[in-house]
Design a protein around this ligand. Structure first.
Ligand SMILES: Nc1ncnc2c1ncn2[C@@H]1O[C@H](COP(=O)(O)OP(=O)(O)OP(=O)(O)O)[C@@H](O)[C@H]1O
Length: 314
């Protein structure tokens, strides 16, 4: 889909150790203009280290990086003005109000109109007049998001952007990310929450033990997601009805215990939901598949051996 677009993030063979801890063991990344790229991985996998190296906030031991065609080590302030960065951990202890702090950051980037700051703050329900120091974690996160987006940068690099946001604001954030893409800008966001990455990303890479273990086209991934459903009915389904779920809803591992049905659905659950809706449903639960299992169902018969990589953008 975006194969003809220019590469905005290119990383080759990034390595980094902290003492004897090897945080990155050779990370390669290619992110193209106008895509939303998810950077997934469990705690400690190396996401934050990789992001800080991309931005030259910490020094890499080895490897090459270009952002928007420039090496961040030598590009200077001009490149920074084209990038919006949300750090994973926000240290905000100033007594100044959010408005003052954001205006200050805006000036560093050549000036941001107060109405732009106001509009983003309203979107995220952020009170601009309160001192930043006393804000809750979630409200500090909102300040961080406003400063990342407010100068309409060509590239956004966001480390765990939804951390601390309530579900409604998470949706608002995802909407903003989609708008950013529709303007041809690029978003690279790390997360350990598969569902939010799945909801917006065009592609995603999974990092574990300091290596990119797979890069995936999310549309293809969505088609093969296996979800476990549990549905509790007001009345026990009859044997005929149970059989129907097996035949018509295209489910696997179907089991019924009393009034509760469990099954696994690959791809869309539409047929299952429509069949279930013929009965009175008391409860429906759908388990998000395990991140790694999902990524690796396609490789090595699910064993997910290291070094397996596929660039699924063709
Ligand atoms: N300043 C540091 N000093 C020593 N070790 C570090 C430092 N920063 C990170 N590490 C180690 O490097 C590895 C990668 O950490 P990193 O923070 O990059 O992972 P992450 O994927 O961002 O994790 P999380 O999701 O928990 O934020 C971990 O083993 C971590 O303990």
């Amino acid at each position: 889909m975006t194969a003809h677009r220019r590469t905005v993030i290119s990383a080759r063979g990034l390595t980094k150790s902290y003492g004897r801890t090897r945080a990155l063991a050779g990370v390669d990344l290619d992110v193209r203009q106008g895509e939303i790229f998810g950077f997934l991985g469990p705690n400690g996998a190396g996401k934050t280290t990789a992001i800080r190296i991309l931005l030259d906030l910490i020094r890499r031991d080895g490897g090459e990086v270009t952002l928007l065609g420039h090496d961040p080590r030598t590009a200077g302030a001009g490149l920074r003005a084209d990038i919006g960065y949300l750090p994973g951990e926000l240290a905000m202890s100033t007594r100044r109000s959010a408005r003052e702090l954001l205006t200050y950051y805006g000036n560093l980037r050549g000036g941001v109109h107060p109405s732009r700051i106001g509009a983003l703050a309203e979107r995220f329900k952020l009170d601009l007049d309160r001192p930043v120091r006393g804000l809750s974690k979630g409200n500090k996160q909102k300040v961080g998001l406003v400063q990342a987006f407010m100068h309409d940068p060509a590239l956004l690099i966001l480390d765990e952007p939804t951390s601390g946001l309530d579900p409604l604001l998470q949706q608002e954030f995802l909407a903003l990310v989609r708008e950013t893409r529709s303007e041809g800008r690029t978003v690279f966001m790390s997360s350990h929450v598969l569902s939010e990455v799945q909801a917006v990303s065009d592609r995603a890479a999974i990092i574990r033990d300091g290596r990119i273990a797979a890069t995936e086209n999310m549309e293809e991934l969505r088609d093969r997601v296996a979800r476990e459903f549990t549905i509790r009915f007001a009345e026990e389904p009859s044997a005929d009805e149970v059989e129907r779920f097996g035949d018509e809803a295209d489910v696997q591992d179907l089991a019924v215990h009393g009034d509760t049905l469990t099954c696994v659905v690959h791809g869309s659950p539409d047929a299952l939901i429509k069949l279930a809706a013929r009965h009175t449903v008391l409860m429906l639960n759908s388990e998000e598949p395990d991140l790694e299992r999902l990524f690796f169902t396609h490789y090595d018969n699910g064993t997910g051996e290291e070094g397996t990589q596929r660039d699924a953008d063709a």
